[in-house]
Design a protein around this ligand. Structure first.
Ligand code: NAG
Ligand code: NAG
Ligand code: NAG
Ligand code: NAG
Ligand code: NAG
Ligand code: NAG
Ligand code: NAG
Length: 431
């Protein structure tokens, strides 16, 4: 009766080798196309899934014409029948209904995954909630709540992306999960503050693309096993804790697109294996610390769109070593053109002899000669050059693609200098 929908529900292999397969016991029956329980017949070699679980799979539109234990992980039967350990539902049909009865039958599962499986979440039986170690929902379960998730208290990995979660804060979800090592709650509409209590065994935290507010708590920096931290695209503010460098295992750090401020803490120099650091689009300020260029593993560095100032403390060989380096959008920052050639397009101005940005900033797509123009300009020279030759100004304006406010300022200074000169000449003539 629901044959048309069966085709759109997929039941996939998900290997979780919890038990050595060599210990699979011999007594077993073949399921083939017979789905009702049968008295064990001795002749076949394949093991057999619990008939109650087979019925539950059928109810979930999962094809059962082949023994599911050949394509997914089952336990090693200690009695007559085997039981499922992992289940993956992908591209479900719209009329899939997760019934509590079916889920009760499947309470031996330790891992459950929903991918593009749009269906309302239902109450999980206690036995299933207790057994689950891995829970994943990507663009799938609707009406997820913090209370529902908090009952999955034996989880080691929780991964939710693209599914709104109704909860007043993350601590509601995680405070009972004593074995949690990896948590991703990305693009889940979460609000509130970051938790203050963290499981010391956490290695991955990804709360990107939510609406979390407040500052990063110092307690987070006690997670010495943490490898990945991603708070990008939230509304976090405040400064980074001085103890940030206590995160000695950190490899990937993204705090981009928040409202974080203050300097980069010096303690970050103590993180030996940092590969990926994205602090872009915040309000970080102060000087860029020189120790960053001594971080041996660093491959990705994004400091763009902040308020850093002073002279960029990097040389060309460090910048070339990186796969990605972004620094534009820091209006008070400049580079020393004796240490970095103008060919390296950074999107910030060169420094004058006082270590201040030269105005206007060099165009990123011009030949080096035009950068020389900008580089030679002290305050007075700029004014006369601008007033004397409108074409030069226009040319610069067309090619400069960052820091438009500075170009406007340059033009204004140039024009006023020209007017001043004309008035001066007129007065001189009259005399
Ligand atoms: C699910 O659908 C997507 C896109 O429609 C497709 O690329 C993918 O292969 C499907 N997955 C399975 C397991 O059929
Ligand atoms: C899950 O948690 C319950 C209650 O906290 C505990 O009794 C049980 O042993 C745990 N189950 C597993 C599989 O760890
Ligand atoms: C952290 O992991 C260790 C070793 O895996 C384990 O002994 C300890 O109980 C865990 N701590 C918590 C709070 O889960
Ligand atoms: C760190 O991020 C990069 C780029 O997104 C990714 O390729 C890499 O696997 C991540 N490393 C870890 C430990 O997750
Ligand atoms: C952080 O999350 C964003 C958005 O989910 C993702 O694009 C980015 O690659 C992640 N960064 C790291 C370092 O994992
Ligand atoms: C560039 O900077 C790095 C790190 O500070 C340093 O080890 C290296 O010697 C410098 N290279 C040159 C050519 O100055
Ligand atoms: C730029 O670098 C050169 C060579 O290292 C140095 O002599 C000069 O003082 C630097 N300029 C500024 C403004 O720091």
């Amino acid at each position: 009766m629901r044959a048309s929908t069966i085709a759109t529900t997929f039941f996939l292999l998900h290997l979780l080798l919890l038990y050595p397969t060599a210990t699979v016991p011999a007594p077993a029956i073949s399921t083939k196309k017979t789905l009702q329980a049968q008295p064990p017949s001795s002749s076949t070699t394949s093991s057999t899934l619990d008939p109650e679980q087979l019925r539950a799979l059928q109810f979930l539109h999962i094809p059962t014409t082949h023994d599911p234990c050949t394509t997914t992980t089952c336990d090693t039967a200690t009695t007559t029948f085997r039981h499922l350990l992992s289940l993956r539902l992908t591209n479900c049909s719209s009329d899939l209904h997760l019934s509590t009865t079916a889920l009760s039958s499947l309470s031996t599962l330790t891992s459950i995954t929903f991918l593009n499986c749009h269906t309302p979440v239902v109450h999980f039986p206690t036995s299933l909630s207790n057994n689950l170690r891995y829970f994943t929902s990507v663009n799938s379960l609707q009406r997820l709540t913090g209370v529902f998730l908090s009952r999955l208290h034996n989880l080691t990995e929780l991964y939710i992306s693209g599914d709104p979660i109704k909860a007043s804060g993350i601590h509601i979800i995680t405070s009972n999960m004593k074995s949690l090592t990896k948590i991703t709650l990305s693009n889940t509409h979460l609000t509130g503050y970051l938790p203050k209590d963290w499981n010391p065994n956490l290695t991955h935290i990804d709360f990107s693309q939510n609406k979390l507010k407040g500052s990063i708590p110092t307690s987070l920096t006690r997670l010495e096993n943490l490898k990945v931290l991603n708070f990008s695209s939230n509304n976090l503010n405040g400064i980074l804790p001085d103890s940030f460098g206590n995160l000695v295992s950190l490899k990937n750090l993204s705090l981009s697109s928040n409202s974080l401020s203050g300097p980069i803490p010096g303690s970050i120099s103590a993180i030996p294996g940092l590969v990926y650091m994205d602090l872009g689009s915040n309000q970080f300020n102060g000087a860029i610390p020189e120790f960053i260029s001594e971080m041996k593993e660093l491959k990705y560095l994004n400091l763009e769109n902040n308020h850093f100032h002073g002279i960029l403390p990097f040389n060309a060989s460090f910048i070339k070593r990186l796969d990605v380096f972004k620094i534009n959008g820091n209006d008070d920052l400049c580079y020393n053109h004796s240490t970095i050639s103008e060919d390296v397009k950074l999107g910030i101005a060169a420094c004058d002899k006082h270590g201040m940005p030269v105005l206007p900033p060099p165009a990123t797509n011009e030949p080096p000669s035009s950068v020389d123009d900008a580089g030679s300009g002290g305050g007075d020279d700029d004014g006369e050059g601008g007033g004397g030759d409108d074409n030069v100004e226009k040319k610069n304006q067309v090619h400069v693609d960052r820091g438009p406010s500075k170009v406007v300022l340059g033009v204004a200074i140039g024009l006023s200098a020209a007017v001043f000169l004309i008035i001066f000449l007129v007065l001189l003539f009259k005399c």
